[in-house]
Ligand binder design. Structure first.
Ligand SMILES: Cc1cc2nc3c(=O)[nH]c(=O)nc-3n(C[C@H](O)[C@H](O)[C@H](O)COP(=O)(O)OP(=O)(O)OC[C@H]3O[C@@H](n4cnc5c(N)ncnc54)[C@H](O)[C@@H]3O)c2cc1C
Length: 462
């Protein structure tokens, strides 16, 4: 056993560290068929242990990869044979849930869905919600500043974190566990770590902001005849529903058809076909009246030809089925063997032409490629899945997709982050001055460069 591994074992105990053959049963991530690569997987049980582990690694200049649920989509948690993977999986307690202050104090390894359920049991809601809810951790959500399906109404993860505890690379514990909404006392240090993808510190605990739970949630699926109408509906609903519109997702026609066709177990809920399908969630405060109002609103949209068809979910089961049409990737996996996913943001008014141009350019290079577009369009966030035939030529596809974004003032990552996969394209969205400042922050906070090295950007330019 190496000196480093025995030092770490002293801190976390035998049950807190896995090496060699014991690692074989651990997967490298939700999409990965491979075993986890690491010198050791270290699983501390407390902030003190995280601090002691990092202190040892800092002194030994040992690379450390923080890991949560490993659902990240940009290779941010990727590790190699010589890395220490620092998993927060044993730090998964909910320390408190206070309905008066509407806050929850959690350890970083707590699974998002567990937090949602705990809030719900207290008659409250933690609004962050994403497809990986059953596996991702709040620490990973914070480190990636996760978005999800309710950003339109509640903001991204950074808007839901009131306080944070972080351990710096040298083991220093920074506790900013404030639990009030307002705190204008200098730099908002916690925000340095939100979205820092494990490169500046390890998140160990957080104070989360909770909201009152809605009385009921209504979900509607609408077939929309044009992009003009998609944009019009977003503004119209956001206005007349007075803050009740919490999700506005759009599926391009082929995505809807794939997810309700022969490769899927789901039946198409609408009889009319259209170029776009809009899925909305609306929170209402009066179950009966709220539903009637929504029915009337959708009827009016139908009469005015803003939609060609629509269905309001009639039960919780149907509501979840509508969401599965958006979130379920099994039909893609059934039809294609390679998945290549993208996550960009750009002004909503530019989206229609952008998607058309990407598709045309893609097919001119890869005639058998199929492009599926969908996303959190209410937030200007577009996702692409591209199949098949492009797997060997990611650089070409990346250029087709990311190339136009600079001129559109868009972003190469709306919510998944940069990790390893988008590192080469960071400068399309961030200026040299901004990247230089990020590098200086990294060098100040992690002078030995041990935390998630090589992720987000390289410390030295090529
Ligand atoms: C089906 C599916 C749907 C998804 N939908 C969305 C979506 O709608 N919106 C969205 O934003 N993302 C989405 N994602 C991506 C992913 O779920 C998020 O990025 C999530 O926040 C990652 O959490 P995790 O615990 O799995 O983190 P990991 O994947 O383990 O890690 C992600 C990054 O955070 C770092 N990290 C993890 N924990 C800590 C910690 N405690 N301290 C410091 N750094 C840490 C890691 O080093 C890595 O860089 C989706 C993924 C899947 C598989």
């Amino acid at each position: 056993m190496s000196t480093l591994v025995s030092q770490l074992t002293e801190v976390v105990g035998d049950a807190g560290i896995l090496t060699g053959k014991a690692l074989a049963g651990r997967s490298a991530g939700i999409w990965s068929g491979e075993a986890l690569k690491a010198l050791a997987l270290v699983r501390p049980k407390s902030t003190e242990e995280v601090s002691a582990v990092l202190k040892i690694c800092h002194q030994a200049r040992q690379s450390v990869i923080p890991a949560g649920g490993m659902t990240g989509l940009v290779g941010g948690h990727e590790s190699g044979d010589t890395d220490i993977v620092l998993s927060l999986e044993r730090m998964n307690s909910i320390e408190s849930c206070d309905p008066r202050s509407r806050t929850m104090v959690v350890e970083a390894g707590t699974i998002l869905q567990t937090i949602q359920e705990k809030a719900s049991d207290a008659g409250l809601m933690f609004p962050l919600d994403l497809g990986a809810r059953a596996s991702c951790t709040i620490g990973g959500n914070i480190a990636t500043n996760a978005g999800g399906v309710r950003v339109l109404r509640y903001g991204m993860t950074r808007d839901l974190v009131l306080g944070l505890e972080v351990v710096l690379a040298d083991g220093t514990v920074v506790s900013s566990m404030f639990d009030m909404l307002k705190n204008n006392t200098g730099y908002d240090l916690k925000q340095w770590f939100v979205g820092s993808e494990g490169t500046l510190g390890v998140v160990t605990r957080a104070v989360l902001r909770l909201y009152e739970a809605p009385i009921a949630t209504e979900t509607a699926l609408l077939a929309v005849p044009s992009w003009e109408d998609v944009m019009g509906l977003l503004r119209h609903f956001d206005g007349v529903l007075a803050g009740g519109l919490v999700a506005f997702e759009v599926l391009w026609r082929n995505h809807y058809e794939l997810n309700t066709g022969p490769y899927s177990e789901l039946e198409p809920p609408l009889s009319e076909s259209a170029p776009y399908y809009v899925l909305i969630d609306v929170f209402i405060s009066d179950a009966k009246q709220g539903r009637e109002n929504l029915e009337a609103l959708l009827m009016q949209c139908l009469e005015e030809n803003k939609i060609v068809d629509g269905a309001l979910a009639s039960s919780e089961t149907e509501r979840l089925k509508f969401w599965q049409i958006r979130e379920n990737f099994e039909p893609e996996q059934n039809k294609f063997d390679t998945i290549c996913g993208y996550d960009v943001s750009l002004p909503i008014e530019a989206m229609e032409k952008y998607v058309e141009a990407v598709e045309t350019n893609l097919i001119s290079q890869f005639p058998d490629a199929e492009l599926y577009a969908y996303g959190h369009i209410g937030d200007g966030n577009l996702h692409f899945s591209i199949y098949p035939g492009v797997a060997k030529d990611f650089d070409v596809v990346n250029k087709i997709i990311y190339g136009p974004l600079k001129d559109l003032n868009g972003s190469v990552s709306a919510e998944h982050g940069i990790g390893l996969e988008k590192k080469a394209y960071l400068s399309l969205t961030r200026s040299e001055t901004e990247i230089d400042l990020m590098r200086r922050m990294k060098m100040m906070m992690d002078p030995n460069g041990i935390l998630n090295p090589g992720k987000l950007f390289d410390l030295v330019e090529d």
